[in-house]
Write a protein that binds this ligand. Structure first.
Ligand SMILES: Cc1ncc(C[n+]2csc(CCOP(=O)(O)OP(=O)(O)O)c2C)c(N)n1
Length: 315
Protein backbone atom coordinates (compact mmCIF):
# COMPACT_ATOMS: atom_id res chain seq x y z
CA UNK A 1 0.00 0.00 0.00
CA UNK A 2 2.82 2.44 0.86
CA UNK A 3 4.54 1.73 -2.46
CA UNK A 4 1.25 2.34 -4.27
CA UNK A 5 0.88 5.69 -2.53
CA UNK A 6 4.46 6.59 -3.43
CA UNK A 7 3.81 5.68 -7.06
CA UNK A 8 0.74 7.89 -7.23
CA UNK A 9 2.63 10.85 -5.77
CA UNK A 10 5.60 10.28 -8.04
CA UNK A 11 3.36 10.14 -11.12
CA UNK A 12 1.69 13.43 -10.18
CA UNK A 13 5.09 15.04 -9.51
CA UNK A 14 6.48 13.88 -12.87
CA UNK A 15 3.33 14.86 -14.76
CA UNK A 16 3.23 18.37 -13.36
CA UNK A 17 6.98 18.97 -13.54
CA UNK A 18 6.80 18.06 -17.22
CA UNK A 19 3.74 20.30 -17.70
CA UNK A 20 5.63 23.21 -16.12
CA UNK A 21 8.51 22.69 -18.54
CA UNK A 22 6.16 22.46 -21.52
CA UNK A 23 4.44 25.67 -20.51
CA UNK A 24 7.76 27.50 -20.09
CA UNK A 25 8.88 26.37 -23.54
CA UNK A 26 5.66 27.64 -25.12
CA UNK A 27 4.25 24.25 -26.09
CA UNK A 28 1.21 24.58 -23.83
CA UNK A 29 -1.13 27.55 -23.97
CA UNK A 30 -3.54 29.04 -21.46
CA UNK A 31 -3.34 28.95 -17.69
CA UNK A 32 -1.68 26.17 -15.72
CA UNK A 33 -2.12 25.76 -11.96
CA UNK A 34 0.16 23.10 -10.48
CA UNK A 35 -0.11 21.18 -7.22
CA UNK A 36 3.57 20.29 -6.87
CA UNK A 37 4.15 19.89 -3.12
CA UNK A 38 0.53 18.90 -2.46
CA UNK A 39 0.64 15.38 -3.92
CA UNK A 40 -0.04 13.62 -0.61
CA UNK A 41 -3.58 15.02 -0.46
CA UNK A 42 -4.59 13.63 -3.85
CA UNK A 43 -2.86 10.29 -3.31
CA UNK A 44 -4.05 9.77 0.27
CA UNK A 45 -7.69 10.69 -0.30
CA UNK A 46 -8.13 8.86 -3.61
CA UNK A 47 -6.55 5.72 -2.21
CA UNK A 48 -9.55 5.45 0.12
CA UNK A 49 -12.03 5.59 -2.80
CA UNK A 50 -13.57 3.02 -5.09
CA UNK A 51 -13.27 3.37 -8.85
CA UNK A 52 -16.82 4.65 -9.40
CA UNK A 53 -17.04 7.01 -6.42
CA UNK A 54 -17.76 10.58 -7.48
CA UNK A 55 -15.10 13.26 -7.43
CA UNK A 56 -15.02 16.95 -8.22
CA UNK A 57 -12.00 19.20 -8.12
CA UNK A 58 -10.74 22.70 -8.81
CA UNK A 59 -8.53 24.66 -11.20
CA UNK A 60 -5.63 22.80 -9.49
CA UNK A 61 -6.91 19.30 -10.16
CA UNK A 62 -4.45 17.27 -12.28
CA UNK A 63 -3.25 15.37 -9.22
CA UNK A 64 -6.75 14.47 -8.04
CA UNK A 65 -7.69 13.11 -11.48
CA UNK A 66 -4.47 11.11 -11.82
CA UNK A 67 -4.84 9.70 -8.32
CA UNK A 68 -8.40 8.63 -9.18
CA UNK A 69 -6.95 6.63 -12.07
CA UNK A 70 -7.22 9.01 -15.02
CA UNK A 71 -5.43 7.98 -18.18
CA UNK A 72 -2.09 9.79 -18.36
CA UNK A 73 -2.06 10.10 -22.15
CA UNK A 74 -5.55 11.59 -22.28
CA UNK A 75 -4.73 13.97 -19.44
CA UNK A 76 -1.63 15.21 -21.24
CA UNK A 77 -3.41 15.47 -24.60
CA UNK A 78 -6.08 17.62 -22.94
CA UNK A 79 -3.38 20.03 -21.75
CA UNK A 80 -2.13 20.15 -25.34
CA UNK A 81 -5.74 20.91 -26.52
CA UNK A 82 -5.71 17.85 -28.77
CA UNK A 83 -8.74 15.94 -30.02
CA UNK A 84 -7.41 12.83 -28.23
CA UNK A 85 -7.63 14.57 -24.86
CA UNK A 86 -10.15 13.73 -22.15
CA UNK A 87 -12.65 16.29 -23.32
CA UNK A 88 -11.61 16.41 -26.95
CA UNK A 89 -9.20 19.24 -26.20
CA UNK A 90 -12.00 21.61 -25.21
CA UNK A 91 -11.47 21.66 -21.45
CA UNK A 92 -7.76 22.33 -21.22
CA UNK A 93 -6.18 21.99 -17.80
CA UNK A 94 -9.06 23.29 -15.71
CA UNK A 95 -12.18 21.32 -16.70
CA UNK A 96 -11.11 17.71 -17.14
CA UNK A 97 -13.89 15.16 -16.61
CA UNK A 98 -14.13 11.38 -16.86
CA UNK A 99 -17.61 10.09 -15.95
CA UNK A 100 -16.39 6.48 -16.23
CA UNK A 101 -14.14 7.14 -13.24
CA UNK A 102 -16.75 9.21 -11.42
CA UNK A 103 -14.76 12.38 -12.15
CA UNK A 104 -17.60 14.86 -12.57
CA UNK A 105 -15.19 17.60 -13.49
CA UNK A 106 -12.49 19.98 -12.49
CA UNK A 107 -13.89 23.49 -12.20
CA UNK A 108 -12.36 26.94 -12.61
CA UNK A 109 -15.09 28.67 -10.61
CA UNK A 110 -13.93 28.72 -7.01
CA UNK A 111 -16.29 26.60 -4.88
CA UNK A 112 -18.43 25.47 -7.82
CA UNK A 113 -17.33 21.83 -7.74
CA UNK A 114 -18.72 21.46 -4.22
CA UNK A 115 -22.48 21.49 -5.04
CA UNK A 116 -21.81 19.28 -8.09
CA UNK A 117 -20.34 16.61 -5.81
CA UNK A 118 -23.31 17.16 -3.51
CA UNK A 119 -25.51 16.21 -6.47
CA UNK A 120 -23.48 13.03 -6.93
CA UNK A 121 -23.90 12.16 -3.26
CA UNK A 122 -27.63 12.93 -3.44
CA UNK A 123 -28.08 10.66 -6.45
CA UNK A 124 -26.20 7.85 -4.68
CA UNK A 125 -28.47 8.24 -1.67
CA UNK A 126 -31.67 8.29 -3.74
CA UNK A 127 -30.60 5.36 -5.92
CA UNK A 128 -29.35 3.46 -2.89
CA UNK A 129 -26.04 2.55 -4.48
CA UNK A 130 -22.82 2.28 -2.51
CA UNK A 131 -21.13 5.26 -4.11
CA UNK A 132 -19.91 8.22 -2.16
CA UNK A 133 -18.71 11.62 -3.35
CA UNK A 134 -15.53 13.51 -2.57
CA UNK A 135 -14.98 17.15 -3.39
CA UNK A 136 -11.63 18.91 -3.25
CA UNK A 137 -11.53 22.67 -2.72
CA UNK A 138 -8.99 25.21 -1.53
CA UNK A 139 -9.30 27.25 1.66
CA UNK A 140 -10.09 30.19 -0.63
CA UNK A 141 -13.37 28.47 -1.51
CA UNK A 142 -14.46 28.60 2.12
CA UNK A 143 -15.34 32.27 1.57
CA UNK A 144 -17.95 31.19 -1.01
CA UNK A 145 -21.55 30.95 0.17
CA UNK A 146 -22.27 27.86 -1.89
CA UNK A 147 -19.76 25.88 0.14
CA UNK A 148 -21.62 26.63 3.38
CA UNK A 149 -24.98 25.88 1.76
CA UNK A 150 -23.54 22.55 0.68
CA UNK A 151 -22.31 21.80 4.23
CA UNK A 152 -25.80 22.53 5.52
CA UNK A 153 -27.65 20.35 3.01
CA UNK A 154 -25.16 17.49 3.36
CA UNK A 155 -25.39 17.52 7.16
CA UNK A 156 -29.19 17.77 7.20
CA UNK A 157 -29.66 14.97 4.68
CA UNK A 158 -26.73 12.86 5.90
CA UNK A 159 -25.37 12.71 2.39
CA UNK A 160 -22.49 10.34 1.62
CA UNK A 161 -19.88 13.01 0.91
CA UNK A 162 -16.41 13.96 2.10
CA UNK A 163 -15.47 17.63 1.90
CA UNK A 164 -11.70 17.87 1.44
CA UNK A 165 -10.25 21.33 1.97
CA UNK A 166 -6.74 21.48 0.62
CA UNK A 167 -5.38 24.34 2.71
CA UNK A 168 -2.19 25.48 0.99
CA UNK A 169 -2.06 28.80 2.82
CA UNK A 170 -2.90 31.09 -0.11
CA UNK A 171 -5.92 32.00 -2.20
CA UNK A 172 -4.17 33.32 -5.30
CA UNK A 173 -1.94 36.00 -3.70
CA UNK A 174 -3.82 36.30 -0.40
CA UNK A 175 -2.55 34.53 2.74
CA UNK A 176 -5.20 32.58 4.60
CA UNK A 177 -4.77 34.69 7.77
CA UNK A 178 -6.13 37.70 5.91
CA UNK A 179 -9.18 36.06 4.37
CA UNK A 180 -10.43 33.61 7.03
CA UNK A 181 -11.05 34.49 10.69
CA UNK A 182 -11.06 30.86 11.87
CA UNK A 183 -7.77 29.26 12.92
CA UNK A 184 -8.79 26.05 11.17
CA UNK A 185 -11.26 25.36 8.39
CA UNK A 186 -12.65 22.57 10.59
CA UNK A 187 -14.35 25.25 12.73
CA UNK A 188 -16.89 25.70 9.94
CA UNK A 189 -18.16 22.15 10.49
CA UNK A 190 -19.25 22.88 14.04
CA UNK A 191 -22.61 24.60 13.42
CA UNK A 192 -23.56 21.75 11.10
CA UNK A 193 -22.64 19.13 13.75
CA UNK A 194 -20.47 17.58 11.10
CA UNK A 195 -17.37 15.64 12.16
CA UNK A 196 -14.15 17.30 11.05
CA UNK A 197 -10.46 16.54 11.14
CA UNK A 198 -7.38 18.58 10.36
CA UNK A 199 -4.34 16.60 9.23
CA UNK A 200 -0.80 17.12 8.02
CA UNK A 201 -1.44 17.26 4.29
CA UNK A 202 2.18 16.42 3.48
CA UNK A 203 1.99 13.07 5.26
CA UNK A 204 0.20 10.76 2.85
CA UNK A 205 -0.35 8.10 5.51
CA UNK A 206 -2.08 10.56 7.82
CA UNK A 207 -4.22 11.82 4.94
CA UNK A 208 -5.15 8.29 3.90
CA UNK A 209 -6.11 7.26 7.45
CA UNK A 210 -8.32 10.30 7.92
CA UNK A 211 -9.86 9.83 4.47
CA UNK A 212 -10.65 6.19 5.23
CA UNK A 213 -12.46 7.17 8.41
CA UNK A 214 -14.50 9.76 6.52
CA UNK A 215 -15.26 7.39 3.62
CA UNK A 216 -16.38 4.66 6.02
CA UNK A 217 -18.74 7.07 7.74
CA UNK A 218 -20.18 8.16 4.41
CA UNK A 219 -20.68 4.57 3.21
CA UNK A 220 -22.28 3.59 6.52
CA UNK A 221 -24.95 6.26 6.03
CA UNK A 222 -23.54 8.44 8.82
CA UNK A 223 -23.24 11.52 6.62
CA UNK A 224 -20.58 14.03 5.65
CA UNK A 225 -17.14 14.77 7.08
CA UNK A 226 -14.98 17.83 6.60
CA UNK A 227 -11.31 17.06 6.19
CA UNK A 228 -8.73 19.85 6.23
CA UNK A 229 -5.33 18.90 4.78
CA UNK A 230 -2.67 21.47 5.61
CA UNK A 231 -0.13 21.70 2.84
CA UNK A 232 1.73 24.13 0.57
CA UNK A 233 2.21 24.68 -3.15
CA UNK A 234 5.79 25.06 -4.29
CA UNK A 235 4.99 26.86 -7.54
CA UNK A 236 3.12 30.11 -7.95
CA UNK A 237 -0.66 30.34 -8.12
CA UNK A 238 -0.25 29.82 -11.86
CA UNK A 239 2.83 29.22 -14.00
CA UNK A 240 4.38 32.63 -14.55
CA UNK A 241 3.12 34.13 -11.27
CA UNK A 242 5.82 36.59 -10.05
CA UNK A 243 5.04 35.59 -6.42
CA UNK A 244 5.67 38.97 -4.85
CA UNK A 245 3.45 37.93 -1.93
CA UNK A 246 5.87 35.41 -0.39
CA UNK A 247 9.58 34.91 0.08
CA UNK A 248 11.92 32.15 -1.07
CA UNK A 249 12.78 31.10 2.52
CA UNK A 250 9.17 30.15 3.15
CA UNK A 251 9.06 28.02 0.01
CA UNK A 252 12.43 26.41 0.84
CA UNK A 253 11.23 25.54 4.29
CA UNK A 254 8.20 23.70 2.92
CA UNK A 255 10.38 21.92 0.36
CA UNK A 256 12.12 20.19 3.27
CA UNK A 257 8.70 18.66 4.04
CA UNK A 258 8.36 17.23 0.51
CA UNK A 259 5.54 14.63 0.70
CA UNK A 260 7.61 12.15 -1.33
CA UNK A 261 10.53 12.47 1.10
CA UNK A 262 8.21 12.21 4.10
CA UNK A 263 6.96 8.86 2.76
CA UNK A 264 10.49 7.75 1.83
CA UNK A 265 11.37 8.18 5.51
CA UNK A 266 8.59 5.69 6.38
CA UNK A 267 9.94 3.27 3.77
CA UNK A 268 13.44 2.79 5.07
CA UNK A 269 15.56 0.42 3.00
CA UNK A 270 13.46 0.56 -0.15
CA UNK A 271 15.39 3.36 -1.86
CA UNK A 272 16.21 1.35 -4.99
CA UNK A 273 12.58 0.32 -5.42
CA UNK A 274 11.44 3.93 -5.03
CA UNK A 275 14.02 5.16 -7.54
CA UNK A 276 12.72 2.53 -9.99
CA UNK A 277 9.16 3.80 -9.42
CA UNK A 278 10.31 7.36 -10.15
CA UNK A 279 11.93 6.22 -13.40
CA UNK A 280 8.82 4.25 -14.45
CA UNK A 281 6.61 7.27 -13.79
CA UNK A 282 8.96 9.52 -15.77
CA UNK A 283 8.76 7.05 -18.67
CA UNK A 284 4.97 6.98 -18.47
CA UNK A 285 4.82 10.78 -18.63
CA UNK A 286 7.34 10.92 -21.50
CA UNK A 287 5.20 8.41 -23.40
CA UNK A 288 2.10 10.54 -22.76
CA UNK A 289 3.83 13.67 -24.08
CA UNK A 290 5.03 11.86 -27.21
CA UNK A 291 1.50 10.53 -27.78
CA UNK A 292 -0.15 13.91 -27.18
CA UNK A 293 2.20 15.68 -29.58
CA UNK A 294 1.07 13.57 -32.55
CA UNK A 295 -2.67 13.79 -31.85
CA UNK A 296 -4.67 16.14 -34.10
CA UNK A 297 -5.65 19.53 -32.72
CA UNK A 298 -9.21 19.90 -31.47
CA UNK A 299 -11.21 21.08 -34.47
CA UNK A 300 -12.78 24.58 -34.29
CA UNK A 301 -15.83 23.00 -36.01
CA UNK A 302 -16.56 21.09 -32.82
CA UNK A 303 -16.46 24.20 -30.63
CA UNK A 304 -20.15 24.15 -29.75
CA UNK A 305 -20.52 20.38 -29.49
CA UNK A 306 -21.75 19.30 -26.02
CA UNK A 307 -22.51 22.88 -25.02
CA UNK A 308 -26.29 22.71 -25.36
CA UNK A 309 -28.62 19.72 -25.19
CA UNK A 310 -32.14 20.17 -26.47
CA UNK A 311 -35.36 18.34 -25.66
CA UNK A 312 -33.94 14.94 -24.80
CA UNK A 313 -35.18 14.15 -21.27
CA UNK A 314 -33.23 11.87 -18.97
CA UNK A 315 -35.68 9.55 -17.20
C1 LIG B 1 -16.05 32.50 -7.94
C2 LIG B 1 -14.63 32.86 -8.30
N1 LIG B 1 -14.05 33.94 -7.71
C3 LIG B 1 -12.76 34.26 -8.00
C4 LIG B 1 -12.05 33.50 -8.90
C5 LIG B 1 -10.59 33.85 -9.21
N2 LIG B 1 -9.73 32.86 -8.52
C6 LIG B 1 -9.20 31.82 -9.20
S1 LIG B 1 -8.32 30.81 -8.19
C7 LIG B 1 -8.62 31.78 -6.86
C8 LIG B 1 -8.06 31.44 -5.50
C9 LIG B 1 -8.40 30.08 -5.07
O1 LIG B 1 -7.77 29.78 -3.87
P1 LIG B 1 -8.01 28.41 -3.18
O2 LIG B 1 -9.46 28.08 -3.22
O3 LIG B 1 -7.38 28.47 -1.84
O4 LIG B 1 -7.29 27.36 -4.13
P2 LIG B 1 -5.76 27.23 -4.50
O5 LIG B 1 -5.55 28.10 -5.71
O6 LIG B 1 -4.96 27.67 -3.33
O7 LIG B 1 -5.57 25.80 -4.83
C10 LIG B 1 -9.42 32.86 -7.19
C11 LIG B 1 -9.87 33.89 -6.22
C12 LIG B 1 -12.69 32.41 -9.51
N3 LIG B 1 -12.06 31.63 -10.39
N4 LIG B 1 -13.96 32.08 -9.18
Amino acid sequence: MKLRLYRTMSLIRQFETAASRLMASGELAGFLHLSIGQEAVAAGVCDALDRDDYLTTTHRGHGHCLAKGANVRQMMAELFARAGGYCGGRSGSMHVADPALGILGANAIVGAGVPIALGGAFSAQVLGDARIAVTFFGEGAVAEGVVHESFNIAALSKLPIVFVCENNGYAEMTPVETHLRAASVTEYARPHRMPAESVDGNDVLAVRDAARRAVERARAGEGPTLLECRTYRWHGHFEGDAQGYRNAEEVDQWRTRDPLLVLRAHLDGTGDQLDAIDRACADEVADAIAWARVQPDASPDSLTAHVYRSKEVVA
